[in-house]
Design a protein around this ligand. Structure first.
Ligand SMILES: NC(=O)c1ccc[n+]([C@@H]2O[C@H](COP(=O)([O-])OP(=O)(O)OC[C@H]3O[C@@H](n4cnc5c(N)ncnc54)[C@H](OP(=O)(O)O)[C@@H]3O)[C@@H](O)[C@H]2O)c1
Length: 276
């Protein structure tokens, strides 16, 4: 598997993992000269393959967009969630330390419990679901294994090439007279394109944890209402799910200039879909 991956390598020292995911696709556009590896090229839970690949290739920057992101699925597949989201990033960090590479690793607002009026980068995490626990373990594994990391926490991603809220709601809006959307969970929607574009700037900053989202906050209902006419509000309790969600998982960015407002970003995303 490693040999197959190496054969794909081009002349570049940036390695992007999870390149076929939603964020991975946006990163490909921002780093056109990077080497892109999907799940089939490198399984980040395979410690030896991770080590061999990074030792052989010797990248200067590794960007990890690989993760198990099915929040409800993580409840039923805890071992898999911890393998991919918890241990995998640690293997990457150890290999990057050996190679002298910077590791950019993405994490989530779901490491917080959602009981406070916003979370700064150094606020104490307290996940309330298996996905959040596994992602928190990933952060800790990275920090334990290296110094030169950039952990980018983000939230409520939407963009091309992935299952996301905007696509789901647009499709429901066309099929149904009204679409009920929860109004008691608040967060910060983030366009993958904007997050990917912000990533080079984070690489050039000091090691540490960064909160990168589009500007502005809203409930899922307010988010939907911005782009469909037939959304109506409801409560989380009316839609029982396998995993609990934090009620107020607003990431506060104290370190970098804000990105544009999520409203502008979602309109651009929808326009880009209409153009395809
Ligand atoms: N989506 C959100 O709303 C959101 C919110 C906050 C933070 N984040 C974080 O942002 C990052 C990117 O998320 P995303 O939405 O782009 O995720 P995504 O679309 O689900 O993409 C993740 C990619 O990782 C790959 N992958 C899964 N297991 C792997 C493994 N063991 N080894 C290598 N690759 C593996 C997947 O491949 P397969 O599909 O083939 O398994 C997929 O291509 C993740 O760290 C996520 O936790 C996402």
């Amino acid at each position: 598997m490693v040999v197959a991956a190496i054969k794909k390598v081009k002349v570049s020292k940036v390695l992007i993992l999870g390149a076929n995911g939603m964020l991975g696709h946006a990163l490909q556009k921002v780093f056109p000269d990077a080497t892109f590896l999907g799940h089939a090229d490198l399984d980040i839970t395979d410690e030896k393959s991770v080590k061999d690949l990074i030792n052989l290739w010797h990248p200067s920057v590794v960007i990890n967009a690989a993760a198990y992101t099915d929040v409800d699925g993580c409840e039923d597949n805890r071992d898999h969630a911890f393998a991919v989201n918890g241990y995998g990033p640690g293997y990457l960090a150890a290999a990057c330390t050996q190679a002298g590479a910077v590791l950019v690793h993405y994490s989530t607002d779901y490491i917080f419990d959602g009981t406070r009026p916003g979370y700064q980068e150094d606020d104490p995490p307290n996940p309330i679901n298996a996905y959040g626990e596994s992602k928190l373990m990933g952060e800790v594994s990275v920090m334990k294994n290296m110094e030169n990391y950039r952990i980018i926490r983000t939230s409520w991603l939407f963009g091309a090439h992935g299952k996301n809220f905007v696509d789901t709601i647009l499709s429901l809006s066309r099929q149904m007279e009204t679409v009920r959307v929860v109004n008691d969970q608040v967060g910060k929607p983030t366009y993958t394109v904007d997050l990917a574009r912000a990533t080079p700037g984070i690489i050039s900053r000091a090691p540490g944890i960064y909160h990168i989202t589009n500007d502005g906050q809203c409930s899922w209902y307010e988010f939907a209402k911005a782009f469909i006419p037939n959304a109506i509000p409801c409560m989380t309790a009316e839609f029982p799910r396998r995993a609990k969600r934090p009620a107020y998982s607003v990431l506060v960015n104290t370190k970098t200039p804000p990105l544009r407002h999520w409203r502008e970003a979602v309109f651009e995303y929808i326009q880009s879909k209409e153009g395809t």
